[in-house]
Write a protein of this length. Structure first.
Length: 132
């Protein structure tokens, strides 16, 4: 006859007492920095301040957004290295946790035709930048 092998209980189910926060990350947990990146402290309009890692190009885009609402063309003029890929960087900044508002505007182009464009506005405040 073969001896039956007992399965050990899953970790945490062995009868010992566990704390309420077992397995959760501490509130001040910050991921390690990607090479060449910097850490910003950002306070959204509602909620607690966040620490967010940004790449140099994302930081450059954030700096272009800070003074006032800007359009895609204005972003390209302020930061020519980033080109017309402003909406892609805006999306990356939103995924990182920044609140950026988009608002449709109407205007005229050089030929006098009516055009619609989007202006981006950073909501909240950047409290500080630490270069890593």
């Amino acid at each position: 006859m073969k001896a039956e092998r007992r399965k050990s209980p899953a970790p945490g189910n062995r009868g010992e007492a566990q704390s309420k926060n077992a397995g959760k990350r501490p509130l001040n947990h910050i991921k390690s920095a990607p090479p060449g990146s910097c850490l910003i402290r950002y306070k959204p309009p509602k909620g607690r301040a966040l620490a967010i890692w940004l790449t140099p190009s994302q930081l450059e885009m954030l700096q272009a957004l800070r003074p006032a609402p800007v359009s895609r063309v204005t972003l390209a003029k302020r930061r020519p290295r980033l080109g017309l890929s402003g909406p892609q960087y805006i999306e990356r900044l939103r995924k990182a946790g920044l609140e950026i508002e988009s608002e449709w505007r109407t205007g005229t182009d050089r030929d006098g035709r009516r055009v619609r464009f989007v202006e981006y506005k950073l909501r909240g405040t950047v409290l500080g930048v630490i270069h890593g």
